[in-house]
Design a binder for this molecule. Structure first.
Ligand SMILES: Nc1ncnc2c1ncn2[C@@H]1O[C@H](COP(=O)(O)OP(=O)(O)OP(=O)(O)O)[C@@H](O)[C@H]1O
Ligand SMILES: [Mg+2]
Length: 253
């Protein structure tokens, strides 16, 4: 299963990706987390790992990627960056961090001033995911950048399901409608995970999103907040995440 996690900036995409990865790995699945957010440097910390080398370097770096994109563009030819189907074990070790059954791959980060836009990262993420096969005992979790730009880049195409993280904000609730529409276009099932939920926000959130698609609710949790603030790994076990992981593998989606 390849799960793409999306949502508004700061809604809790990386937090959900990390919590879910840990819960799924504890069930004995091999988990590959793909960090496709070029701007944020938090996910590896939440997982208690170092940041691996950019996977972009595997294909010669961002400039080489741009050249490939320019070459294929006028002819409308497929990019064909990978000449074979990938499995998780095919990813070279130097592009992975690993801990407790979870592997982390980072597509590429913006490291320097003026290095140009992040389109090559999006294209590489799309190509990588479309060519990556996960077996029944393997799960791929993709953490994306904020908003909907990745839809424009087609990153969703290589995934089986889309999980949108919705936090208690008007923007997030509005975005849930937009993402439902975009998911129809890409023909992928979309589900919502409500995050930072408390007694005050729960009902409003449930009334404002398509309730049939809500498959999880993560409470506002002080341990998560503190770990994020300190840039530390979570040591948080939530029944709500367990239930979400169960649901994902029970044929519920
Ligand atoms: N369930 C939660 N309980 C308490 N705080 C939370 C929870 N989930 C997320 N947060 C807080 O929200 C912040 C943003 O979370 P996170 O980095 O996961 O969001 P994001 O959607 O990945 O953000 P970005 O768009 O910047 O990548 C965290 O630093 C943390 O303070
Ligand atoms: Mg994030």
């Amino acid at each position: 299963m390849k799960i793409l996690i999306c949502g508004k900036g700061g809604s809790g995409k990386s937090t959900t990706a990390a919590l879910l990865a840990k819960a799924i790995a504890e069930k004995g699945y091999k988990v590959l987390v793909i960090d496709s957010d070029e701007s944020n440097f938090g996910l590896h910390r939440q997982l208690g790992m170092g940041l691996p080398d950019d996977f972009m370097n595997y294909i010669g770096g961002k400039k080489a990627m741009i050249k490939k994109m320019m070459k294929s563009m006028p002819k409308g030819k497929p990019l064909s960056i990978f000449d074979k189907t990938w499995r998780i074990e095919d990813v070279p070790e130097e592009y992975l961090s690993e801990k407790n059954g979870i592997k982390l791959l980072a597509i590429g980060k913006i490291h320097d001033f003026g290095e140009g836009c992040a389109c090559p990262m999006g294209v590489l993420a799309k190509e990588m995911l479309e060519n990556l096969e996960a077996s029944d005992k393997e799960v791929v979790i993709v953490d994306t950048d904020a908003g909907v730009e990745h839809f424009g880049r087609g990153v969703e195409q290589g995934c089986d399901i889309i999980l949108m993280v919705v936090d208690p904000s008007y923007e997030s609730l509005m975005l849930s409608v937009k993402i439902e529409e975009l998911a129809v276009g890409v023909k992928k099932p979309v589900y919502f995970v409500l995050n930072k939920v408390d007694n005050e926000s729960k009902d409003v959130m449930l009334e404002s999103v398509d309730q049939n698609k809500v498959i999880g609710m993560i409470p506002a949790n002080t341990d998560i907040f503190r770990a994020c603030l300190a840039g530390e790994e979570f040591d948080v076990h939530l029944a709500e995440i367990e239930e979400l992981a169960e649901f994902l593998f029970s044929g519920g989606v």
